[in-house]
Write a protein that binds this ligand. Structure first.
Ligand code: SIN
Length: 356
């Protein structure tokens, strides 16, 4: 890696954006207890300096610290900033690709956000945006961050036969589409993608590659990035034994624009909610049914017909469906402001992301 100053407008380069997370975490007693640590402590420049020696000497890299947080504190304002930066830098003719170091706890939300707002641009420009992170803090004896960062830089900078540009994620020697990220284990090293369609980085699996291309072809155009303080308010409510309609009414009273139901099984919910959900729909609140099971799709009109104003989440988990619904509501609002003969609804935009 070449870290000496250079003119970014003249030399092909990789951009590494730091968001924080465990990859940038520090444990006070890493030998005794690497799992007791604080995320978001080490700057992205320092993370890069740990891997400099093993990167190709002629590879030019620049970095920018966007945030240095535990990703459980990820805010919509930070997503707005990240999305705008990615869109901006992608347009640079000397940029080869972008790597983003991120906490794993909400990486699936950022993955879906970037896919929905910058995915088409990355694909058209033939550039890769690669999310990565770690499950062990940076000073743990067998820290996984350095290997993940090296693999992500490699994936962002190397042409891979037949593999398009787009938004990807790399963990534990595997690559997946960022929209497929799903952290479904609290501690295993490949937690963010262990149950997702993925391929070994060293030997790209052709069936994974055709799945990537099929999904990219089916996804809609990039949606606008909401301004930092203008994201529609969408909450996730989990249905469970003993659910009470009051919680839905409280959300309605507080002024939410949308609700994602993390439902039981195929996206069903306790009938104690029915009356309040009907009231929310009548008040114009957008409802999306996802599943709390952790895997599988929620299909439209299964097991019962969806009322107008309520959609199934398709392949999206509840946290991803929440981001997709926010972006869909924002896009529908922007089209309405622009006017014109065609004003798609939030359902039109959402359907293009849910991939039923
Ligand atoms: C975080 O998400 O910031 C902490 C957990 C992690 O990165 O694994």
């Amino acid at each position: 890696m070449n870290s000496s100053p250079f003119n970014v407008e003249q030399f092909p380069h990789i951009l590494v954006l730091g968001m924080g997370g465990t990859i940038a975490g520090l444990a006070p007693s890493p030998e005794a207890n690497p799992l007791l640590y604080q995320a978001g402590q080490v700057g992205v420049e320092d993370l890069l300096s740990q891997v400099t020696k093993v990167l190709p000497q002629d590879l030019k890299i620049i970095s920018k610290q966007v945030a240095n947080i535990n990703s459980s504190n990820l805010s919509e304002a930070v997503l707005t900033e990240l999305g705008k930066l990615v869109n901006h830098y992608l347009k640079s003719s000397t940029l080869i690709g972008i790597v983003i170091t991120h906490g794993t706890d909400t990486i699936e939300e950022t993955g879906l956000f970037l896919q929905t707002t910058c995915g088409r641009a990355a694909e058209k420009l033939g550039k890769r945006v690669v999310l990565t992170g770690a499950m062990l803090p940076s000073n743990a004896p067998r820290a996984d961050g350095p290997a993940n960062l090296i693999a992500a830089i490699h994936w962002a900078s190397t042409s891979v036969d037949n593999c398009p540009g787009g938004i990807f994620a790399v963990f534990a020697d595997k690559v997946c589409m960022a929209r497929d990220l799903a952290k479904r284990h609290s501690s295993t090293l490949n937690a963010p993608l262990q149950d997702s369609p993925s391929s070994a980085i060293g030997l790209i699996n052709p069936s994974w590659l055709s799945d990537v291309k099929a999904k990219q072809a089916a996804l809609g155009d990039d949606l606008p990035i909401p301004e930092a303080l203008h994201w529609p308010w969408v909450e996730i409510l989990t249905s469970h034994a003993g659910a009470r309609g009051e919680i839905v009414m409280q959300c309605l009273g507080a002024g939410v624009s949308g609700l994602v139901i993390a439902g039981t099984g195929q996206g069903g919910f306790n009938s104690a909610w029915q009356e309040s959900i009907d009231k929310a729909i009548a008040a114009g609140v957008a409802i999306v049914r996802a599943t709390r099971t952790g895997a599988g799709s929620v299909r439209p009109n299964i097991p019962e017909n969806d009322p107008v104003g309520c959609m199934a989440a398709g392949s999206l988990s509840a946290p991803k469906a929440r981001i997709a619904l926010q972006l869909a509501l924002n896009a529908a609002k922007e089209s309405k402001v622009k006017g014109g003969p065609q004003q798609p609804s939030w359902q039109d935009y959402f359907a293009k992301q849910a991939l039923f």
